[in-house]
Design a protein. Structure first.
Length: 295
């Protein structure tokens, strides 16, 4: 089955063609400008490829509820040109094929549970920490939506007493994104994260904030695995610090095999940064299967 995959990001649109096994046959990147400029380029790419279905993992907030009048829309994004844009509908109308649609981070967790290290698990959280912070949740065998979709990057966390920085998020200063995303690191320390690799104090504070959020996710959702991706998590020295702080914060309350083997519980992404595209392929496969079942 020839499938299209779109990982729609705030700065670039990654378009790929692949199949139902997760194999990526070709891939391109298109800058994210306005819908009028960017979408026709993507439509032309997928039309030329002759795909049977398309999966879209999209930056948000979005409306993922098929029963909603605005299903398939990007909603209240700060990227003003894309507010209230029917991105799924634009592709469905132009390509005349089934379109699967979800958040970019839900696409990433779907890629990991379908093709990666989380295969066989029924409760997994994928957190991306980069320009922003987002989380995708796969629970009881399906992607979590609910009222909207998880916005776990905006959970409120306690500031550490030695951190004078006020926070970057315009909505709530002391949320995970406001204190730990890439722009917050740069604003606090005066340099981009990539240039701070050897600053121990930078990553100790970062790990402390991330561990706070993960401890809350663990207590609330009881995941079998937590996967951390995104540009900030390329600083691999974070992982042992995060695991140590999570154990300290939980303070022995949770007693499971995962707590005894944190190195295989809180882990980096496993699919060479293709988890989002591979998840979008699976979204496309599911859309085709659902369309056939309804026929």
């Amino acid at each position: 089955m020839k499938l299209g995959a779109l990982e729609a990001g705030g700065t670039k649109m990654v378009c790929a063609v692949g199949d139902e096994t997760g194999k990526i046959l070709e891939q391109i990147s298109i800058p994210t400008e306005t819908p009028e400029i960017t979408v026709p380029k993507m439509i032309a790419y997928f039309r030329k490829a002759g795909i049977e279905g398309l999966g879209i993992g999209c930056f948000g907030p979005i409306d993922p509820d098929p029963a909603s009048e605005t299903y398939g829309y990007i909603t209240s994004t700060p990227k003003l040109a894309w507010q209230n844009y029917n991105i799924a509908g634009a592709f469905r109308e132009a390509l005349c094929c089934p379109v699967g649609f979800d958040t970019d981070v839900n696409g990433s967790v779907l890629g990991e549970v379908t093709f990666g290290q989380a295969k066989g698990k029924n409760c997994v959280i994928y957190v991306t920490i980069g320009t922003g912070v987002g989380a995708g949740v796969y629970i009881e065998g399906r992607l979590l939506h609910g009222m909207l979709h998880p916005e776990a990057g905006h959970v409120l966390i306690q500031k550490r007493s030695d951190d004078p920085y006020g926070g970057k998020c315009p909505y709530h200063k002391n949320c995970l994104e406001g204190l730990a995303a890439g722009p917050a690191i740069e604003a606090r320390w005066g340099q981009k994260a990539v240039d701070l690799k050897d600053r121990e104090e930078v990553w100790d504070l970062e790990a402390w904030y991330i561990a706070q959020a993960l401890s809350g996710y663990i207590l609330t959702l009881s995941p079998q695995m937590i996967i951390l991706g995104g540009g900030v998590m390329h600083q691999e020295q974070l992982f042992p610090k995060i695991r140590t702080y999570v154990k300290e914060m939980l303070n022995g309350y949770i007693k499971t095999s995962q707590m005894d083997h944190m190195e295989s519980y809180i882990v980096p992404a496993s699919l060479k940064d293709d988890q989002g595209i591979m998840g979008a392929l699976e979204l496309g496969r599911r859309a085709v299967a659902e369309s056939r079942n309804q026929a």
